[in-house]
Design a protein around this ligand. Structure first.
Ligand code: NDP
Length: 474
């Protein structure tokens, strides 16, 4: 049976683009549909603009530090408009790079929304129907607001990059990656940040000691972190002290422009009532699996909305595969890219390749950053007897300037196999450091392998190869 194309990819984010390019490189004919901007969440409204904002926010304290080192230095005010103009230009450039990469690979791009109209057919919102030997769903995810009245008064992370001006104050709700990263970024840019997290400590799932230190350092730098706190009620600030019934129910989708919701008064579970110029919900993301025609084909979705796939990313319909955040395995760009490459190996290179989701390193770009790979102390303890090697200290660079910043270097080691099961780093540039340690942990190296490695001196990370005695065993 002949098809219009060998592969049709729905979604032009990190995973979809990589799968399309690698499949096309095998000689397959490939088409891709994207109804928004090429590059997807990571490039357009996630990792890339976020990291540039991290860089921007870090300059606030640099002049102070430089002065401690003998420089006469001043940092004036941050100009959001200048930064945003530059940022928009950079994102346009990157989107162009993605388009060129696809063009140069011979992939046909459809700037349209696609939905499955058969196991081997997609229909575009232009009305065009295209048949394909295989269909790959790589539609990603989107931020969600909590299910509460007046949720429309809050923004989601997508909206931050579209702000016309920075607010004077913001309430951030959530304690995950996005909430904690934006709390640090906006605090660094001079916004008065309050963060509500409903649980006992932010960054649930990460090592307790590591997230505890991140939270402490965030508070030290001025983030007003309220743990065990949630919104009880909220209303537009222009309605004054007493809320009028708005009857609004949450709107799952981000508002079209961030200039929509304005100042808000929030009544919190800790009894306070406070006005904020803006409210940001960073309360998780949901897979973009609706309105794709999946039900009609019998493609299963779990209760979180994730498309169910096997280890080769194949759905219940053999010709249809899904990768990346829409499958909600690990919501990280490099994982989606790996899944895309494994898909090409499996389908177009006759080399069935399952994606290995074990020991994926990641970094939370808070200030300081949290880099992590493998098991936390708590997770490891559940599995076997362990030794913990942990040290927390004031790093040389900021200690010289008498700053209170502290870092953490931590290894979790199996007593039986001596393998390093996990590593946690809380420090400036922890994201860079954990990439390297990730190789050692992935390779299954032992504590003795770490010990045999001669330290690089003077660095923070030399502690990872010089810790002699376990801090505790469990
Ligand atoms: P997370 O799932 O990490 O965090 C969501 C947070 O919102 C949690 O603290 C959760 O609390 C809280 N929450 C959920 N529902 C409610 C509610 N109704 N009311 C109050 N609080 C609520 O999601 P994020 O949106 O931060 O990030 C999504 C994913 O994107 C991450 O898991 C990560 O994989 C990826 N990401 C990665 C980054 C990186 O690599 N640096 C950066 C940004 C995102 P609780 O803990 O109690 O459930």
């Amino acid at each position: 049976m002949s098809f219009d194309v060998d592969l049709f990819v729905i979604g032009g984010g990190s995973g979809g683009v990589r799968a399309a390019r690698t499949a096309a490189a095998t000689g397959a004919t490939v088409a891709l549909a994207e109804d928004s901007r090429l590059g997807g969440t990571c490039v357009i409204r996630g990792c890339v603009p976020k990291k540039l904002m991290v860089f921007a926010s870090e300059f606030r304290d640099m002049a102070g530090l430089a002065r401690e080192y003998g420089w006469s230095a001043e940092v004036g005010n941050f100009n959001w408009t200048d930064f945003r103009t530059k940022l928009d230009g950079e994102l346009d450039r990157l989107e162009g790079v993605y388009r060129r990469l696809l063009d140069n690979s011979g992939v046909t791009i459809h700037d349209a929304r696609a939905r499955l109209s058969g196991p081997n057919e997609v229909t575009l919102d232009t009305g065009q129907t295209i048949s394909a030997g295989h269909i790959l769903i790589a539609t990603g995810g989107r931020p969600v607001k909590p299910d509460m009245p007046n949720a429309a008064l809050g923004m989601v992370s997508d909206d931050i990059f579209k702000l016309d001006s920075l607010p004077e104050s913001i309430l951030i709700v959530g304690g995950g990656y996005i909430a904690s990263e934006f709390a640090c970024i906006l605090n660094g840019l001079g916004v008065k940040v309050t963060q509500f997290y409903r649980g006992a400590q932010i960054l649930r799932g990460f090592d307790d000691e590591a997230r505890g230190l991140v939270a402490e350092m965030m508070q030290e730098q001025g983030v007003d972190l309220k743990l065990g706190t949630d919104i009880v009620d909220m209303w537009p600030a222009d309605q004054g002290d007493s809320p009028k019934a708005m009857g609004a129910r949450p709107d799952d989708r981000a508002p079209d422009t961030a200039t929509g919701p304005g100042p808000v008064i929030v009544k919190a579970s800790n009894g306070t009532e406070q006005r904020f110029d803006r409210l940001l919900f960073a309360t998780g993301r949901t897979p973009n699996s609706s309105d794709l025609g999946l039900d009609d084909l019998g493609i299963k979705i779990d209760r979180r909305g994730a498309i169910e796939v096997d280890e080769y990313s194949q759905t219940a319909v053999p010709s249809v595969y899904a990768i990346g955040d829409v499958t909600d395995r690990i919501q990280l760009t490099p994982v989606a890219i790996r899944e895309g490459m494994a898909f090409t190996e499996t389908v177009f290179k006759n080399n069935p390749t399952a994606v290995d989701h074990e020991n994926v390193a990641s970094a939370v770009f808070t200030q300081p950053e949290l880099g992590s790979v493998g098991l936390s102390e708590e997770q490891a303890r559940e599995r076997e007897e362990i030794e913990v090697y942990s040290t927390s200290f004031r790093p040389m660079r900021t200690a010289f300037a008498d700053k209170p910043a502290r870092v953490l270097m931590k290894l979790v080691v199996s007593k039986a196999s001596r393998k390093v099961l996990g590593c946690q780093i809380v420090a400036e540039a922890a994201g860079e450091l954990i990439q390297m340690v990730g190789i050692a942990v992935k390779a299954g190296l032992t504590k003795e392998d770490f010990d045999r490695t001669v330290a690089v001196h003077p660095t923070m990370s030399e502690e990872l190869v010089t810790m002699q005695e376990p801090t505790r065993t469990a």
